[in-house]
Design a protein around this ligand. Structure first.
Ligand code: GDP
Ligand code: MN
Length: 360
């Protein structure tokens, strides 16, 4: 029987599409998930999605952090799901637990008050530990020591489109230190005195702040009066805008820097992670906005992403086809064109003002 004749071209095409998956060169980076054992199903869902959309072509390591030891079931299942190596680390208690100098009575009273007020996670102790850990300690974990970049992943998220590039590579080549996909408003009840603390910090640490080219304009609206009406009323100059940190790609060396640590320690000393419920999202965002050059922050416009209750989806039809997107750019939870989004404030801040295409 004659073998089926294939031109070398179509044979190559078929091999590319169906057989050989070329593994690309990697950056010095890891996918990073802080997670609890019982969240395993959600963790696997997020992993499967990110593996399919990105990591199966790269095989980046996965690093898992937990304040309790991971169990065998968790380790086996996540290792099976990963295309790259997996690493598991226990967070030291002194990086996680409420510090002793937090006033017990004051803390308990505020916890109850916020719970009664119906503030999201207002009555949760563990959520406060988590937010403080993510604000000031994740980058100090030994297991991350050798990496330059991390990509934060949470359980139960979804990546809607094939990644058209390696975001780590985009970060390194274009000298980006912080990357996000969604920007929204924070609940003011969780951070009543955060901006006071930030103002005090700015006053005392002028030499740390990037005065020339920061993103102060993203955080405040003073220059926008009469142009854009904030949908959220803020009692301070802070307009409550922040990068949604459940998706974030960052340069660990930025967080490990003395100036970021000084910023965190200053905020931490105010006790607001416990007496209020300061989130790591506004803390990271304000830190990045004040300390970095605005060109060092990147909005990944091409990535589709979902974390309850919002998502982002590329608006270009062509892009959605090319990246096999599974999302509706006009659906209800699509945040970018919704009044809850702070993306327009990011644009008016001048980010990407030059519209230069970055290197992929
Ligand atoms: P939300 O996104 O603000 O609703 O908060 P999540 O419940 O998703 O928590 C944010 C991230 O921290 C997720 O990756 C969680 O798995 C993780 N997380 C939250 N609380 C804890 C905790 O007490 N221990 C551990 N190990 N992870 C936690
Ligand atoms: Mn979450």
């Amino acid at each position: 029987r004659k073998p089926l004749k294939l031109s070398s071209n179509s044979y190559d095409d078929d091999m590319n599409r169906f057989a050989i998956r070329k593994i690309h060169e990697r950056e010095n980076a890891t996918l990073l998930m802080l997670v609890r054992n019982w969240e395993l199903p959600g963790a696997l869902k997020s992993m499967r999605s990110l593996e399919d959309r990105f990591n199966r072509d790269y095989n980046y390591d996965w690093t898992f952090l937990n304040d309790e030891p991971f169990d065998e079931t968790f380790i086996e299942a996540t290792t099976a799901m990963a295309s790259g190596k997996t690493r598991y680390a226990l967070v030291p208690t002194q990086h996680w637990d409420r510090p002793e100098w937090i006033d017990e009575d004051r803390f308990e009273k505020k916890l109850q008050l916020m719970q009664d007020k119906g503030v999201l996670y207002g009555g949760s102790r563990s959520y406060r530990n988590m937010c403080r850990f993510n604000s000031g300690y994740f980058f100090r974990q030994k297991v991350l020591e050798t990496y330059d970049y991390y990509f934060r992943v949470e359980p139960d998220v979804e990546y809607y489109c094939d990644f058209p590039y390696d975001p780590f590579k985009v970060m390194r080549r274009n000298n980006k230190k912080y990357g996000f996909v969604i920007a929204i408003y924070e609940y003011e009840d969780t951070i009543p005195t955060l901006w006071d603390a930030v103002e005090e910090y700015m006053e005392e640490n002028k030499e740390d702040i990037n005065l020339e080219n920061n993103s102060y304009g993203f955080l405040t609206d003073s220059d926008l009066l009469g142009v854009l009406t904030p949908i959220v009323d803020s009692n301070s100059d802070y307009n409550l805008c922040h990068f949604w940190s459940n998706f974030e790609i960052g340069d660990l060396n930025f967080f490990r820097s003395d100036r970021y640590k000084r910023y965190f320690e200053f905020l931490d000393s105010k006790g607001g992670f416990y007496y209020e419920r300061w989130g790591d999202a506004p803390v990271h965002s304000i830190g990045a906005a004040l300390l970095l050059n605005r060109d060092e922050i990147i909005h990944f416009d091409e990535l589709g992403y979902y974390h309850n209750p919002y998502y982002t989806c590329p608006t270009s039809y062509h892009m959605r086809l090319q990246q096999r997107c599974q999302c509706n750019p006009h659906g209800d939870g699509q945040v970018d064109t919704n009044p809850n989004s702070c993306l327009m404030r990011w644009w008016k801040n001048g980010a990407g003002k030059t519209f230069l295409k970055y290197e992929q």
